[in-house]
Write a protein that binds this ligand. Structure first.
Ligand code: AHR
Length: 314
């Protein structure tokens, strides 16, 4: 049994390189509404910048709406585009998974195709064209597999949860917990949301460090790099050495996390590609040309423990 578990961990680690969806081009002259969650993290900002750049390169007129973390704002923006009748398609990066049925039905009734990007919606897939995203469950599994092998299967973990109800947080937790569940020495001893925000990550880590015996915390799993960086500040202010006294593993692979690795303060990150705009625009173009698309278009990423390894994969 122990051999089977270790084999699973190794196979997960070996499955690090997942092919990326590559963009093809096209869409000139289209007007596309992009409802973005906000700018809670460096990854989100990089994602927005990449979508804007891709639209510009293709000659797409992008109507950008920043929802500032509010689903109501996202729904209002979509309804405004539908009422004005000025969009050929909508790209939706949903903040949480539930509550989209009505507005997606309204878009369908108006004949405006919707492509979901990044986080998932709970709605019937017939209400949208496709979803361009990574596999968040796999990201959680990768983080856990790295931690299992780094600690020989013995570790008390504190978890910095992303936005509750978001696919990114729920699925990363599920994948992480699934792998940990295979090892009796691995346990999540505390878990609290930091909403994917750096300052919240710091605050929550401070509360973990004051309410737990720090010597009892072996690692922090942060659902994104920003919260990990906040946690690292808290660990240092508590007089501990991040990545040594408390291991740090997170998700996103933003530039700051590699600076942190260079400084020896972060152990590992799982890459989330911000380049989903190209495949999303391709999907819009293909759909408008009458092509059938799969309901899922995947972008992948590996787990990295150094900048050199990450750079070598570019
Ligand atoms: O939905 C993806 C997550 O959202 C990213 O990992 C995080 O940085 C962002 O806030």
């Amino acid at each position: 049994m122990r051999f089977a578990k270790l084999a699973l961990v190794v196979s997960l680690l070996l499955a690090l390189v997942v092919p990326f969806a590559t963009a093809q081009g096209g869409g000139e002259g289209l007007t596309i509404g992009f409802s973005q969650i906000g700018s809670e993290s460096a990854w989100r900002t990089a994602f927005t910048d990449a979508v804007r750049a891709e639209a510009e390169a293709r000659g797409i007129n992008l109507l950008f709406s920043d929802a500032q973390q509010s689903q109501e704002n996202q729904i209002a923006a979509i309804r405004a585009w539908l009422a004005q009748g000025d969009v050929d398609a909508i790209i939706l990066a949903p903040v949480i998974a539930t509550g989209w049925d009505d507005v997606l039905e309204e878009a369908q009734d108006a004949g405006v195709p919707v492509v979901i990007v990044d986080r998932n919606v709970d709605s019937d897939p017939s209400l949208y064209v496709t979803r361009v995203s990574s596999d968040f469950v796999h990201e959680g599994r990768l983080a856990a597999a790295w931690l299992v092998q780094a600690t020989s299967g013995n570790c008390n973990v504190v978890e910095l949860y992303g936005t509750v109800g978001s696919a990114a947080a729920e699925d990363r937790h599920a994948g992480f917990a699934e792998v940990l569940g295979l090892f009796s020495g691995m346990e999540i001893i505390r878990s609290e949301t930091g909403d994917f925000v750096r300052s919240n990550g710091k605050q929550v880590m401070e509360s973990f460090l004051s309410s737990e015996d720090p010597a009892n915390i072996c690692a922090v799993f942060a659902h994104n790099d920003d919260m990990a960086i906040g946690a690292i500040e808290a660990i240092k202010e508590a007089g501990l050495v991040p990545a040594v006294d408390i291991l740090v593993v997170s998700v996103d692979a933003i530039p700051d996390i590699f600076d942190s690795m260079d400084a020896g303060e972060t152990n590992a990150t799982v890459e989330l590609s911000p380049f989903m705009g190209g495949p999303a625009f391709d999907a819009v173009v293909a759909h408008l040309n009458g092509e059938e698309l799969p309901k899922q278009i995947s972008v992948g990423g590996g787990l990295y423990t150094s900048r050199a390894a990450y750079d070598a994969d570019r």
